[in-house]
Write a protein that binds this ligand. Structure first.
Ligand SMILES: [Zn+2]
Length: 409
């Protein structure tokens, strides 16, 4: 019996199909035999078929277990890219810790911390070199981990008083140029998605970073966008926010599709924060959620909720998207989200079950301080890990322990 069929892990039907093919092949072989041997061969064939049926019956419980396996395929962690001096530590963490914990996806958020050769003006002063990223990519390859780079796009173009590399180098792309001096009174700046030259730059950044990382997917962020369709933007004024948001999602998606890469994004702007009571952070109250029906279904939605296990995984899956649960610091929330994945993967239709792809644990920590906390090392300054790292590490350990238990590890 050939159990190496590529469908074996998730489709019990293939076992039946494999048997059918083999039995069919055997019958054809029997027909080619001489007439004198037909009776004996038929008898032999019959015995083989009976034997196979017996074996199949014996394996049915295993087959059923495989078919209904609630263990999701994506087990990811999200971390911020390291500083150059911490690349060796990050590589060690990837090689030693991630396979041991059962992590198979690493979303590493670079933003503009990469020395882009085509757009060098955008790089931050402490940007990683192509060789640094090659070291990280090589460690991921050795560890059997998919490396998915992220640049947080559209929103998150500033943090507190610091404006990020894109708008610092290209202030003409700012959605609200001249407004909010020192970024006061806003959460983060946004770029204008309708600026005629913004995508030429963004696409170069995406391509260069994805190529350096050897990535088959790219995370474009797009969370917590509050400045969009500003009344003072000559291009966006008067346009619907759902339309603007959807157009930008489609533009980024279609560009990635040209290099056969899958787009990942945060899901919060696609949820209605008012009717659900989710609020303005983990969902939208500025009408961007209307974009949900207009965007391609092959985008992977990273559905972050940190305080409660909301029924949004199921919602995105029913809407046609692959979806990942993204907890942060609370193990009880993470395990409840995993329970939802397990339940749906066990009981829903195959189409819905397959869209519940797994987890992407967020940490909101750099990979180096997270690794030091994981290995029990103190920071270079001798300071203890932050409360955030302690909590997100505890959540990480609890979640991945449960995932390994689902695999019998
Ligand atoms: Zn605009």
């Amino acid at each position: 019996m050939d159990l190496t069929c590529r469908y074996r892990p998730r489709n019990a039907c293939c076992l039946t199909a494999a048997f059918a093919l083999r039995c069919h092949g055997h019958r054809r072989h029997t027909r080619r035999a001489g007439i004198a041997g037909v009776a004996r061969r038929l008898e032999s064939t019959h015995a083989i078929v009976i034997g196979m049926r017996f074996l199949l019956l014996m394996m049915l419980p295993l087959v059923a277990l495989i078919a209904a396996s609630p263990a999701p395929p994506v087990r990811g962690v999200h971390l911020m890219a390291p500083a150059a001096e911490d690349v060796p530590l990050a590589a060690r963490f990837i090689r030693e810790a991630l396979p041991k914990e059962g992590v198979n996806v690493l979303v590493l958020e670079f933003d503009y911390h990469y020395r882009f050769t085509r757009r060098p003006e955008v790089a931050e002063s402490d940007a990683l070199s192509p060789d640094d990223v090659k070291v990280l990519a090589s460690a991921c390859k050795d560890a059997g981990v998919r490396l998915i780079p992220e640049i947080d796009l559209l929103g998150h173009q500033s943090w507190e008083k610091a404006t990020g590399g894109l708008l610092r180098a290209h202030p003409e792309f700012d959605e609200t140029p001249g407004k909010y001096p020192l970024n006061q009174g806003i959460y983060c700046r946004s770029y204008c998605p309708l600026h005629p030259r913004v995508h030429d730059v963004l696409f170069d950044l995406i391509d260069e970073l994805a190529d350096a990382a050897g990535a088959d997917s790219f995370h474009v962020g797009m969370d917590e966008v509050f400045l969009l369709g500003d009344d003072d933007c000559p291009r966006c004024k008067g346009k619907g926010k759902a339309e603007l948001f959807a157009q930008e999602v489609i533009a980024l998606h279609d560009h990635l599709a040209r290099s056969k890469r899958t787009m990942w994004m945060w899901g919060d702007r696609l949820l209605d924060g008012e009717s659900t009571g989710f609020g303005e952070w983990e969902a939208s109250i500025n009408k961007t959620h209307g974009a949900l029906g207009r965007i391609p279904r092959d985008i992977v939605i990273c559905d972050w909720h940190y305080e409660r296990a909301l029924p949004t995984l199921e919602y995105f899956a029913v809407q046609g998207f692959g979806v990942l649960a993204c907890p942060w610091r609370r193990a009880d929330v993470a395990l409840n989200q995993l329970d939802a994945i397990r339940r749906v993967r066990s009981h829903a239709t195959e189409a819905i079950s397959n869209r519940m792809q797994g987890v992407l644990q967020t940490t909101w920590a750099g990979i180096a301080p997270f690794a030091r906390a994981y290995f029990g090392q103190s920071d270079p300054g001798g300071t203890a890990p932050s409360g955030n790292i302690v909590e997100s590490l505890a959540c990480f350990r609890a979640l991945f322990s449960e995932l390994r238990a689902m695999d019998g590890r």
